[in-house]
Design a protein around this ligand. Structure first.
Ligand code: MEV
Length: 314
């Protein structure tokens, strides 16, 4: 049996990070500028990761560790194949990719989705998208302590989605092409720690608890602006979402500074994306031209800046 390759993109969140864990809607979209690539080949049931987790383990190794969620997901694939009367053939699984971990770009969900797809495909099976999403969400909960399922749903979707925890995602139309510029602040943050930090703020700050109720309206403004192609309205809603995330305690001075600089460079709107406390910010470029924003962020020392136009050119 020859080797099988599957890929999955990174993700960006336009609205609803953290709030989605509390049942509020989120809007997110795949970020195909960055990809995970997983290769499955006949072997000894080992997993090797060149950059995400930097080690090698046996699939049946039950000890906790950075590759434990991925082992768990692949053991579940093996169990499903057994239920479908397809014998699991021992494999080696190699993970490559360029999504910086801890950057709010969904690297763990991307690895899980690509690996689950590759393992099924290697055994001649194409699993339903919902099964891939659910397996990746269960495994991501091990990695992050909890997972709303937003990241796995986004990296396995064809385009923007509206997502509510526990429900199937809803695909959103793109009414007019738009360009996002994304900068990595260069500070990696574990989602698990950042979710705990925001939860601690919610536990003791009434203003933070009140702001949670605003995310429903923000998600519908962003979803509608995307679908109707109203880019100025989209930009304003992204700005308002960032301010709500500030009240939740998800941002910090450095991310707020990057957001301000993007707006001064002409962005229609800008916000942090992901768990915050470090990681990435995104900005909506005016007239599809993100160069001034990208240059301003590079001048501030951001180690990576990417530009992505939606819908992706065919
Ligand atoms: C992380 O990309 C988004 C969070 O809302 C966590 C989750 O939804 O699982 C912070």
């Amino acid at each position: 049996m020859s080797e099988t390759v599957a890929t999955a993109p990174a993700k960006l969140i336009l609205a609803g990070e953290h709030a989605v864990l509390h049942g509020h809607p989120a809007i997110a979209l795949p970020f195909p500028a960055l990809l995970t690539r997983v290769t499955v080949a006949p072997g000894q049931d080992t997993l090797v990761s060149d950059r995400y987790l930097d080690r090698m383990v046996a699939l049946d190794d039950m000890s906790p560790g950075p590759l434990a969620p991925l082992c768990e997901a692949l053991r579940e694939v093996r169990m499903w194949l057994g239920r479908m009367d397809r014998a699991w053939q021992p494999v080696d699984v190699a993970i490559h990719g360029d999504i910086p971990p801890g950057s709010g770009l969904g690297s763990s969900a991307s690895v899980l989705v690509a690996a689950i797809r590759a393992a099924f495909a290697h055994h001649g099976s194409q699993p339903p998208v919902a099964l891939v999403r659910q397996m990746a969400t269960r495994a991501e909960s091990l990695a992050h302590g909890t997972s709303s399922g937003l990241d796995p749903a986004t990296v396995s979707a064809p385009g923007p989605i509206q997502f509510i925890r526990g429900h199937a995602p809803i695909d959103l139309r793109i009414g007019r092409p738009f360009t996002l510029v994304v900068a990595d602040s260069g500070r990696a943050v574990a989602t698990r720690d950042q979710v705990a930090r925001v939860q601690a703020r919610l536990d003791c700050d009434a203003a933070a608890r009140l702001v949670l109720d605003r995310f429903e309206g923000l998600a519908s403004r962003i979803g509608e602006a995307l679908e109707y192609g109203e880019l100025e309205a989209l930009g304003l809603a992204l700005d308002d979402t960032h301010e709500a995330l500030v009240t939740l305690g998800a941002s910090d001075d450095s991310l707020d500074g990057l957001v301000r600089v993007a707006r001064a460079a002409g962005a229609l709107g800008a916000k942090l994306s992901g768990a915050g406390g470090g990681g990435c910010v995104l900005a909506l470029a005016p007239d599809g031209d993100g160069e001034a924003i990208a240059a301003a962020w590079r001048d501030l020392g951001c180690p990576h800046v990417w530009t992505q136009t939606y819908p992706e050119p065919a």
